[in-house]
Design a protein around this ligand. Structure first.
Ligand SMILES: [Zn+2]
Length: 259
């Protein structure tokens, strides 16, 4: 997910850069629309002959946004590829004891999480784009992805208006590739749950569908989320990158995708 170190998006409520001031999960639930979203069947979301490719700007986004999806596909031995666009090496301030080790620690956390999701047999590819600078390196990312993606892939990428510069750049590149090679893009809100408000008009309810989980899948996702120690634990004097209030958006018994 990574901390909001980029420039605040001028179109949006500036509170989205304040980790303590986002929209609480109970506000999403109280709105009522999540409960009545149309459900999508897994076989329609990822048809049998397609591969799911999950683009994670930072190691943890794959589980936050798509952990249940990955677990459900893995339970059927379906082909899933997770691509860590960056290694998430800038999630902590330079003063942190972790800072110099993040590029090793965070991909290892993703591998552990994939194991919890039952997907250890699947690929975890790393594009090594610098954390925080995806937009500057978007041509390089696009070229790299062109060598990886197939026309039959279903590509899960962050929502193009997700509010984090890296997330938005990855979503934009994925949209270009959908147009150029014919793969299908599914957009995934991640930071959007934090900065958006249910009734503000900025959330694309008309495109939103939910993929429900059974209890076993929900349990796998919760276990997988605990693998991201660098993000969920305090680091000395520093608060967690992902505090409980933010994680609350990602432990629902379903995931939401924009189609
Ligand atoms: Zn991220």
């Amino acid at each position: 997910m990574a901390t909001m170190t980029g420039s605040p998006h001028p179109r949006r409520d500036p509170r989205h850069i304040d980790i303590a001031a986002g929209t609480a999960e109970h506000e999403w639930q109280a709105d009522g629309r999540l409960q009545t979203l149309p459900e999508i069947e897994l076989c329609h979301l990822v048809p049998p002959r397609s591969r799911a490719v999950v683009l994670a700007p930072h190691p943890d986004d794959e589980t936050l946004g798509c952990g249940g999806l990955i677990a459900r596909l893995a339970a059927m031995m379906r082909d899933v590829s997770v691509i860590a666009v960056s290694d998430g090496e800038r999630s902590h301030p330079a003063s942190s004891a972790l800072a110099s080790r993040l590029a090793l620690v965070r991909p290892a956390e993703s591998r552990a999480a994939l194991e919890c999701l039952g997907a250890a047999y699947n690929e975890l590819l790393r594009a090594h784009i610098p954390d925080g600078h995806v937009r500057r390196h978007r041509a390089e990312l696009k070229t790299w992805l062109l060598s990886q993606l197939r026309p039959t892939d279903i590509v899960f990428a962050p929502w193009r208006l997700d509010g984090h510069p890296d997330h938005e750049a990855v979503g934009e590149v994925a949209a270009e590739l959908e147009h150029e090679i014919g793969c299908k893009l599914v957009e995934v809100p991640i930071w959007g749950w934090h900065w958006a408000e249910p009734a503000s008009g900025s959330f694309p309810w008309g495109r939103a569908h939910k993929l429900p989980f059974d209890a076993a899948t929900e349990w796998k996702k919760r276990r997988a989320l605990r693998c991201y120690h660098s993000q969920i634990a305090r680091d000395g004097a520093h608060d967690p990158v992902l505090p409980a209030g933010v994680l609350a958006h990602f432990v629902r018994p379903y995931e939401v995708f924009f189609l």
